[in-house]
Design a protein around this ligand. Structure first.
Ligand SMILES: N[C@@H](CCC(=O)N[C@@H](CS)C(=O)NCC(=O)O)C(=O)O
Length: 308
């Protein structure tokens, strides 16, 4: 039996929205597990081994972190329709990084301008995660919106009659990464005409929203943990690459993001591919799991086995 696609996410999560649209484009059925917006996340940690970021994709005992990696894995398993039309992997990766990291800044600062929409402790949690305050008050919100609008003019200039999507005729992961930022900025208190001056962007937003999320069915965290416990991880599907980091194969390592909020995950390297490293780890609650982490933006270090 093929394992179900389980997305650990929460509704007001822009990175999750990006993945939900991939599921929508591919017309997939998936199970939804809602994770808390702030730490602690006791039902997620047994699966990821320390990566708290949202979303996480679980397929049996295979765990995938990072939205670009999750999208690539969904593409590998369900190639049609593609999220990289006309061999656009490279440009998609570049545009996704722009959306995830550069567009991220004003869109998030604007989105979280009012505390009413967030659980208690939200700002403190994010401050601790990033190491700096991310709160946009009423005073700074217009500046962040201005920065976001400015960057969205790049998208306005890219879209045209013959190019309904960022890369032309077909939607791609680049559309979803960019859309997720605007969706997030408008989630609380939009639409107050934030993008009224950008008519092509306005029509494009509606086109992307119409793609939907596929077929979502809720699942409890306990059911998801049981699904991992009952499955065996499988590294054989990974296209192992000859790369400078393949020297890590078989070693016990710690992988942490280079940026703020490192969230280190430890395990034994069992596969190295162009875009990912898979770590095998054992958890008392779920047994053996394979945590797939992106190589992009992650640092890998030798670590001592706790049981050694
Ligand atoms: N590079 C990561 C970033 C994910 C991310 O930062 N997600 C936000 C939510 S949209 C997050 O994890 N916030 C903290 C949390 O959910 O605990 C990815 O592509 O998945």
């Amino acid at each position: 039996m093929t394992s179900e696609l389980i997305l650990h996410h929460y509704d007001p999560s822009p990175f999750s929205e990006k993945v939900r649209l991939v599921l929508g484009l591919k017309g997939l059925a998936w199970r939804s597990v809602i994770v808390p917006m702030v730490l602690p996340k006791p039902d997620l940690m047994p699966l990821t081994g320390g990566n708290r970021r949202t979303p996480v994709l679980q397929i049996g005992a295979n765990i995938y972190c990072g939205t670009n990696l999750i999208a690539a894995e969904l593409e590998r398993r369900f190639p049609e329709p593609t999220i990289y039309p006309a061999r656009s992997h490279g440009i998609c990766a570049m545009l996704s990084l722009w959306a995830d990291q550069i567009l991220f800044v004003p869109s998030s600062a604007y989105a979280i301008r009012e505390a009413d929409h967030f659980p208690p402790g939200f700002y403190e949690d994010r401050r601790a995660m990033r190491g700096y305050a991310t709160i946009a008050t009423g005073e700074t919100a217009p500046h962040h919106l201005d920065q976001l609008q400015l960057q969205m003019t790049y998208v306005e200039r890219t879209l045209g009659k013959a190019s309904p999507f960022v890369l032309g005729e077909y939607p791609s992961i680049a559309d979803f990464a960019i859309y997720a930022r605007v969706w997030w900025a408008q989630l609380f208190g939009g639409d107050q005409g934030e993008f009224a001056a950008l008519p092509r962007v306005g029509a494009w937003l509606q086109r992307i929203a119409a793609i939907g999320h596929g077929t979502r069915r809720e699942m409890t965290p306990q059911e998801a943990l049981a699904a991992a416990r009952d499955a065996k991880p499988d590294a054989t599907a990974i296209n192992v690459a000859a790369s400078p980091v393949s020297a890590w194969m078989g070693q016990h390592v710690s992988m942490a993001t280079e940026g703020l909020g490192p969230d280190p995950v430890e395990g034994e390297v069992v596969a190295v591919a162009d875009d990912l490293i898979a770590l095998r780890r054992c958890d008392p609650l779920v047994g053996e799991v394979l945590v797939h982490l992106p190589r992009q933006g992650y640092e890998i270090k030798s670590a001592k086995r706790k049981d050694a």
